[in-house]
Every structure is written in C-alpha cells, then in structure tokens.
Design a binder for this molecule. Sequence first.
Ligand SMILES: [Zn+2]
Length: 745
Amino acid sequence: MDPQSYIPGMTPADPGPLSRFTPPLEEGVISRWLPLHAPMGSWLLDPFGFSPRLVLEAARMGYRVLVAVNNPITRFLLEAAAKPPTEADFKAALADLAVAKKGDERLSVHLQSLYLTTCEKCAQQIQAEAFLWRKGEDAPYARIYTCPHCGDSGERATAHDDIERARRIASTDSLHRSRAFERVAALDDDDRVYVEEAIQFYLPRPLYFLTTVINRLDSLNLAPERRRAMNALILVSCDIGNTLWGHPSERPRPKQLIIPSQFRESNLWSQLERGIGIWTQTASSVACEAWPQKIPETGGICIYEGRLKDLAHEAKKEIPIIAVIGSVPRPNQAFWTLSALWAGWLWGRDAVEPFKIALRRRRYDWAWNATALHAAFTHMFDLLPLGTPFFGLLPETESPFLTSVLTAAGTAGFDLKSLALRTEHDPIQLIWRGGEHLKREMSEPNIDDVRLAIHEHLMERGEPASYMHVHAAALIALAEMHALKKRNQEFDEALRDTQTLIQKALEGDSRFVHYSAGENVDTGLWGLRETIAAHPQNEAHDSLSDRVEIAIVSFLQKNPNSIFLEIEDDLYPHFPGLLTPPKAMIYSVLNSYAERDGGAWKLRSEDLASARRSELNTIAGTLESVGSRLGYSTHKQQRSYLWQEDDQIRYVFYILASALVGRAIAESRNQPDHTIIVIPGGRAALATYKAQRDPALARQLKNYRVVKYRLLRALLERPTLTRETFEQQIGSDPIEKPKAQIVMF
Ligand SMILES: [Zn+2]
C-alpha cells in the first residue's frame, strides 16, 4: 500500500437541507482528487448516492456522474440541488398556499394560529418560535418567542392558554394520524404497524400542520415547478417537525429513532418561510437526467432509480466508468425510516414501495452493514474495468464501521491502496482499485503481523495515537494480507474475530501502553513504553507534533502570507496516511509563531530565523559571562550549554527557539535534575498543547524545569545574583503545568 496524503477541503458555509442526515463532508476534496485520475467529461459512478453534494461537486467540475439512489428522499435532494426551483417559484408556491382557504380563514392565518402564545410582558397575542416538551407529557412546559410589540424575548414557562391549545389540537389527533398513515400504506398492509410506529415521532400539532398542508396541495393544482418547490419546503418541515430535536441539542446527528428527554417543537409556518433560504443558498444548476436519458459531455448527473445489481447489468455495455466516487453509507435507522414515511406523504404509496424495507428494519448492526456493502461492492466489481480507482469517504467514523467497510470491499475484490485518517472527527479518505479477481488466496490472520503493524505506526508517529489510529494500522495490515474474513465465514463472525484479534494484539503486548480513564481497549490513547520510545534507534523519530512544528515554520519562512489551505497543502504530503496532522495542531503552531492578516499567515518579526538566532547568541554570551561570575565554566555540547565546576555538571541549559521540548528531553535523559529547558514565552502555549495531547511527554516534563527566556534574562541581568538566588529563582516562572486530561486532537 502506498498511503496518499489527506486532501484538505473547506467546511461548507451552508450545511444545506436535511443536513443532520446527509454526510458531513468538506467541500473541494473530490474536485482535487478527480483531475489526477479521470479526464474531464469522463464517466464516474457513485454506487451509493449517499451524498448529494459530492455528486454535485463532481458534475459541476465537468464530469458525468452515474448515481444509483434507491432512497427517494436522497434522490429528491440530489435532483433539487442539481435543478433548483427558482426563488420566484418558491415564493409564488408559498403565496398560493397562504391564500388558500380553510373554512372561512386563509390557510396561512389558520396555520399560524396553531402557534399563538401570549407575551408575558405586554400580554399581546404573538407567534411562538418553538415550544419545549418533556418526553411523555401531553403539553409543553415552555415556549420560546420574541415579541414584535415590546421586544420581550427568550424561554418562558407555558401559560394556561398554551396548554389548552396543545390539548385542543390533540383531541382531534386520531383522525389526522390515520390520514397521515394512509398516504404511506394501505389499511390491510402487513407493514401497517411499522408505519404507525414511525408516525409516533410526530406530535399532534406538527402532524396536523403537515397533513393539512399536504392535503391542501393536492387540490391546489400548482404548476409542476411550484409543486416541486413546495415539496422541497415541506420536506424540510417534515424533518423539523419530528420529535428528534433535543433541547438543549445533545445528539445533533441522530442515527436512531429515540425521543430525547426534552425536545423542541418548532413553529412550522416560520420553518416553511425559512426553508426558501436553505434551498436557494446551496443550489446551482447542472444537467440532471434519469437513466437512460443522455447527459452532455460537459458534465451532469444521471440518476438510476433501481438497484445497483440491475444497473451493473444494464450499464456495463454502454458506459465506460473511469473512476468510482462515493460517501460510504453507514446505517441510519432514523433517516431511513423517516425517508420512507416522508416519501409516502409527498408522493404517495407507490413511491414508498421500493424503499419500504427501511420501515421494517429496527436494528442495523455492523454485520448487516458489511453484508449490504459487500453486495454493493460485488455488483460494482462486475461493472468496472480492471484497476478502476475508487475514492471513498467515510465520515463519522467509528472503528467497527471502518472494519465493516474494509472487510466488505476487500472480500469483493477491491484492493486497498491508501487510507488517510486525520482525526476521528474527519472523514477518512480511502482509495481502492478493482483487483485481479475474487479467487485470491485468503490468509489466516496472524497476531504478530498485527502487532508489528501497530508497533511500526507508533514508532513512526513518535507519540501516542488514538485507538482509531492503531485500529486502522491493524486493519490495513489485515487487508493487505487478505486476512479480514475467511472463505465461507459469516460477516458477523469475521468482524468479531478481527476485533478480538486487535484487542488481543494490544492487550497482550508489553511494548504497548494504554493511556485511558476507561477499561475498554477502544478508549483513550495507545503508545509505546518509554524505554522503547527512547531507544537510540528511534532517535530519528521526533514526535509527530515536533515534526509538524518544524515543517510549518520552514514553510512559512519561505512562503510568508500563506492561507491555511496552502499550509495544509504543503504539510499533508510530508505526513501521509495515518500521520495526517489534525487542524488543531496546525493552529497551535500557527498561533505560536505567526500572525494573521485577513486570511494570510506570516511569521512574527521576532520569530524570523535571523531574529531568533541573534537572540540565542545574546543569551549564550550572557550565560557564559554570568557563569564565570558565579564560578562556573561554560561548555557548549551539541545543542546545550553546560555550567561546570571541577568537571562536575551543575546545570545544563537547553535554549530553544522552538517548542521541541521532546527533543531536549531525549538528549538530556540522564540528568533531568540539572537540566533547564528555556523557551520563548510565545512557545509556552504550544508546549502545553503538546503535553496535553501526549501523556508520555507530560509525565517526562514533570522532571524538568522549563522556563521562559524572559525569566532567564532577568536573572542573568541581576547584579547581585548569587548561586543561591539563581537556584531559588530559576523555577519561579514555569510554563503552564500540563493538565491531566488528554486532548484527543
Ligand atoms: Zn410583548
């Protein structure tokens, strides 16, 4: 395997519709990978259709993307992002709805009246922004509003009329609930119970609101474009309208249908209006057709509605796929169940049918995930020419998810070529190639090989790593040996075996140290025992954070006024694969050495190499003269200065311009009591950051005195300095002591 460097991107300014269910990916990543692997205009395949943004970015660059999507909601998101309704259509559709009649009332007035509340201060009737509920209660306990009359604003306890209104709406609930149900499934449908359960995640008021709007739309006969715009707005309201919005927000990205103990019920009329902004801010036009319609060579999206299996059969002859891209799906019971429900509400029972299985399934475990992915990879394998590259993204990674994906892909014939991991909070970037064929030898997994892989990674890293990193190092080794699953073994057994193997490899090896508050192997950090880490052979391996510091500073010396992305671009190729430095580390170095003007970073004037050199020389000169005044002779040894008396070392000074304290410690290992590490004041926060993320370094640092230039200079300049006052004062201004907690990134 040849690990590639992580491709940096930008967090999207606007998360877009249904963003808590769509994969959290950075923008600009795929558009940098693609030109290196596929000529513009060529065909790409996204077998999962999981991330509309990823597909859109590739299509906008000028690629033709064939996407298999079986979730009708994701399909709608993709179509709507590719061919967005105009803002005028959105506004006109909403206006048509607003003036429709409900009895004698305008529909807008009727729907807004559902959210009336009384201002606590001026007693006017106003619109609540939201009501707050406790799970299981029949009325909200609080409301949130901003009064347009007197300006009173915030969270207030519910009043009598709020409770009455909620109960009044609830009294007609069963009628609306059965209507909502019948749009999704027939009364005699076997899946009836599942639909009913899914609808339980709607309170009476939002359910009444949504069914009223949807039923009225049927009779409005809107022009197709306006109807599509209205569907887009309703879809956002369907998401906002369920009970999965914890208050305060604790699980911002739900995976399971679980009602939080406290949750927020938003004013859906305001949300309809707000929805226009959500859709129009992120969209831009690109050709989009349903298979087998043609799309132009200048790029576009071709959507295949069926199963990947059938597509493989149909497309093989017609479409030369040059590369595969995709955000690999992880199970999301909440989104998949709600997708089936919403598809029924928006388009009726027929639209639900192909996706109905999502309603039935309650639990998605990793074995299910691996089995489903394996099927997808296998169908894809049949469709692709030998050696086709596949760029996969894995957001919201957990170690069992990564095991599942690598096992599924490997056993379907895809060879893992690269795995780049930044932190467990960033998407993993994977590259596979379609391999020779499935009839390859599977080897027995070997614990020694796993240990070797973990050991090598930790040596290379020079500092402890998160469990995710050592897990990935182990999986890469197993994938290369084709040892993730035995022939004829079930996926659940294979995944379990792999997990047990990695756990045994870590726990049964005295070279590895676990830094963790918890018992579980997959928490905290894993490192090497200090005696190994300090072995002379390992000298070349400064810690990752030290090497990153050096790399950033030398880049900025040569390239002042660089933006963050340029710094990442230079940095990541030096630290490929599992060594990708976290953004927090880059920022810690930048904040220590550089200043920002707009978006551009440059070294502070005192941190230019020439300035630092001259300061070092001054301090060295003073050390020598003061030393001789105190009766010590000064000797330079490698990077340190020694104060000696009768050939005995009394003090060793490491005067650093950097925060490379680990290196100073490695060189002075035998005499911590005598050693004083001197760093510029501007480096103190960086040294502290390093000690916080590296418990081994933090423990070693406790034996050393680390002082700032400022203190040493002040001491040396003191005319009355004696040996006693020097010894007393030298430890009086320490850098901030590292806290016990471990910084995970
Ligand atoms: Zn008021």
